[in-house]
Design a protein around this ligand. Structure first.
Ligand SMILES: C[S@@+](CC[C@H](N)C(=O)[O-])C[C@H]1O[C@@H](n2cnc3c(N)ncnc32)[C@H](O)[C@@H]1O
Length: 221
């Protein structure tokens, strides 16, 4: 990207952050290194792809560089200030100004067709209820074998374990970059396989049973 365009994106982003710090949650757009990391597992075969919170389109450009067809992109951006720029830069993509927590009600596809969801959303500043709605909505469109990619500036996956458990999902750390301001990590979130679910349920059962072992069990006395 040209330096003057990058500078104008920075100014645009910074102004958005000033007017809505919780929604934008970063003073500057992500760098190219993070964009490459979060899209590194994506191939043209993953289309259609949904991107959540594209902002100025750093991850969108990386998705196109990975070979995803522009017409295979659905961009969901809540901030009205970002939408005209996205429409100008990615005229063939479907761009919707909406809250990603409303994905399930939006009927974006006829079924589970999507190969990947790339998320630039600030999940750490959202309530557990909202995070659950976003992931639940996204997985209603993600086909078997597909995944949801999320970056974070935090030390662990920004989706809390109880939410992953409730939705039958697992998160795997796929990389970290210090060449971003601030440094960031990326997680791949996918469905647990049936066997993993069985193991998880039996672990939960044994933990529940452990609570009533002799020391805690009044009937033994
Ligand atoms: C941290 S910025 C990331 C922007 C871009 N992906 C990047 O990495 O530079 C968060 C983006 O998510 C958008 N956003 C925040 N909450 C959203 C929501 N509920 N639904 C859709 N977009 C949202 C913000 O407007 C902003 O564009």
């Amino acid at each position: 990207m040209r330096t003057d365009a990058a500078f104008s994106d920075f100014v645009h982003f910074f102004r958005s952050w000033i007017s809505n710090p919780l929604r934008v949650a970063s003073v500057t757009p992500s760098g190219e290194s993070l964009a490459r990391l979060i899209t590194k597992e994506i191939s043209p075969m993953d289309g259609p792809v949904i991107e959540l919170g594209p902002g100025t389109g750093v991850f969108t450009r990386a998705l196109l560089a990975r070979g995803v067809a522009p017409s295979d992109l659905t961009l969901i951006e809540y901030g009205p200030e970002f939408v005209p720029g996205l429409q100008r830069r990615f005229p063939e993509a479907r761009i919707l100004q909406m809250d990603a927590a409303k994905l399930a009600q939006a009927h974006l596809f006829d079924g589970d067709e999507v190969g990947a969801v790339i998320s630039g959303l600030p999940l750490l500043s959202m309530s557990p209820r909202k995070v659950t709605a976003i992931l639940g909505g996204a997985f209603a469109y993600i086909r078997q074998g597909g995944a949801f990619y999320q970056f974070t500036y935090g030390p662990r996956c920004p989706v809390p374990r109880p939410i992953l458990d409730r939705l039958g999902l697992k998160a795997v750390h796929i990389g970290h970059t210090v060449r971003n301001l601030p440094p960031a990590a990326v997680y791949r979130i996918s469905r647990r396989k049936p066997l993993e679910l069985v193991r998880e349920r039996s672990r939960e059962r044994s933990e529940a049973e452990a609570v009533v072992l002799p020391g805690n069990d009044n009937s033994a006395h």
